[in-house]
Design a protein around this ligand. Sequence first.
Ligand SMILES: Nc1ncnc2c1ncn2[C@@H]1O[C@H](COP(=O)(O)OP(=O)(O)OP(=O)(O)O)[C@@H](O)[C@H]1O
Ligand SMILES: [Zn+2]
Length: 753
Amino acid sequence: MKSASLFSTLSETLADVAQPQQRVSVLLPMPFKGPFDYLSPPDITLNPGDIVLVPLGRRQKTGVVWETSSDLPPDLAPPAEQKDRTDTSRLKEVAELLELPPLSADLRRFIDWVAAYTLTPPGMVMAMTLRLHMHGVTSAGTGWLPADTIPADLRMTPARQKVLDLLRKGLPQTTTDISAATGVSAGVVKGLADARALRAIKLEPECPVEAPDPGYRLPVLEAEQARATTALRQSVEKGGFSVTLLEGVTGSGKTEIYLEAIAACIEQGKQALILLPEIALSAQWTERFIRRFGVAPAIWHSDTGQRMRRLTWHATANGNASVVVGARSALFLPFEKLGLIVIDEEHETLYKQEEGVIYNARDMAIVRARLVQCPTVLVSATPSLETLVNVQSGRYRHLMLPSRHGGATMPETRIIDMRVHPPERGRFISPALTEELSATLARQEQAMLFLNRRGYAPLTLCRACGHRMECPHCTAWLVEHRARKRLCCHYCEYFEPVPVTCPACHEENTLTSIGPGIERITEEAHELFPDARILVMASDTLTSPTAITEAVTRISNREIDLIIGTQVVAKGWHFPYLTLVGIVDADLGLSGGDLRAGERTFQLLHQVAGRAGRASAPGRVLLQSYTPEHPVMSALLSGSQDRFMAQEAMQRQPGFWPPYGRLAALIISCEDAAKADAVANAFGRMAPYGEGIQVLGPTPAPVAVLRNRHRRRLLLRTKRTIALQPILHRWLDMVKPDRNVRIDIDIDPVSFL
Ligand SMILES: Nc1ncnc2c1ncn2[C@@H]1O[C@H](COP(=O)(O)OP(=O)(O)OP(=O)(O)O)[C@@H](O)[C@H]1O
Ligand SMILES: [Zn+2]
């Protein structure tokens, strides 16, 4: 007995020596606190970044071999977990190492950083990188060629002969390709491979894009432009981390200039990432890119099919795609050699992702740039106060283009005081604006009407009893979409047919539409200008990039006289024949307690206004307002953006509101209002305090019920010098909420709904 047991321990020890099984941490794309430990398969060495399949419960999951980051700033590092790392007996083995490019160290650190900053489980952040190929995880595959020496004893069959004949043409082909070409089954190929008559060739995935040529068409730059270009080129050539704000009035050629920074990046053999606030913009952007570089960039968005996404992912990972343009999520692509990040329209709130991982792509892009040590360019005609403060403090460099390209002038802006010059009853376009519109159309120039509200009317009301049509699941009015004969909630997917009788008093035909949406403005425009060719641009009328490209082409070809749109029309478009912009309701967006309401309204209206008169004919902007004395209106009128932003700064500084302080929102939600209250109150009682730390709330959220969940908000505000994350960690630990209560943390909130 003794010897047997001695023998077995000895053999175990020997086995251990022969095949030391590594203990590895694997991060799974799931909401766990951190990675799980596994054992590496006996014959495989795993390295951090490797993408693997591991058993989890009864299923297998894709995960990434992870090391715990030791270099997170102490402010951000989550409290360490105590783990016993000596006992490996209960660990499961990694099932498979996938044939995918490993995630680079800088990307892994970036993921850890975003997770720690936003207080999100790291696996959920990593999922944004990995989700992309979760469906059908395949490498490009194995191709086959005939072996150098075909074994002499190979049993030949007609099927085998066909395969060998095909492959002797010299092009490696996958099993699927061979079957398709010859009609033989996969088994035949496998038989040949097993008999060592074939040799395997690892096939690189095909590259979805061609290489851009930085010398394809060089721009002729004006003096100011040339100066800015040189400065940007230098930072790209020098490499290393830097942030530059490229500010310039609308139509000054900012895009033109940062295309040169991209050219420099390509010349360096590195990759450039261009973030756009909205993928809709990529169509016109791509066109400009092609004009400059001869070929299209790689485009990253959810609309491109599975296969294309996979190829783009691979081309990013292996460095074949030198320029990738996309919306926020492109930031999590596995670039092999990132050399430049450009964030166009940096002030855009669309960069904030509000669901799932709540993060600001503009801010995180700067973090990523710092981790890979590459330059970043923030581009805007109306930079955010956050960015301006960074410029003032010297953290960001500032390049300025003060005038429009080619001698085009800035549009002339006028305010129509709607209290003095109201529209006719039941109408929303004032006579003064109507007059300008007809004059513009008569000159065969294009005009645009802007109203940031989809649908026909934002409120449906009963004239008899005053009942308002509301969403049964949200604290929100139902918006009438007349074309679709529906009342829709703009917060959830709920809709119902427009009723004939009032659901409260059951009177017939008493429901009436209050206020305008763009459908209603379109109806009015058709009545006013029956001959005008009108195009509506809104996220629900142009639902795909193709539809947007088509619309933009029709505008550029002068097939359209009047464009009516929501905020989609505010974004960087260049419509050379557009000379008049009418803003139907300039006050919309100023109400409500939003910290940045003024700044945002200014940016939005300034951007819309900037669409007018970009080419030879001068532009004009008319703002319809009931509060013409509001600082936003005076700033738009005088064009004194600097003064307006200085006023904004002065208002925020004393109370240490961002960017002079830090904010985090806690949103507590539950289907049961009482439970939501209980948890919110518990957080209120445990609220952190101290010098420079303040908690506001709990209060019901402005959208107090959303998708049947009752919502309460608390706001933590600290001085800039105090990091939020450690305070939040301690605070969250103090309250153990009911399972049905959800707590969302929003660091640097931009929405306060
Ligand atoms: N040096 C140049 N040579 C030729 N065309 C130019 C030059 N600079 C700018 N343009 C043209 O002027 C127009 C406006 O330029 P661009 O779109 O780059 O401005 P922008 O500052 O990015 O505008 P916005 O902020 O409104 O998006 C474009 O059609 C662009 O092609
Ligand atoms: Zn709803």
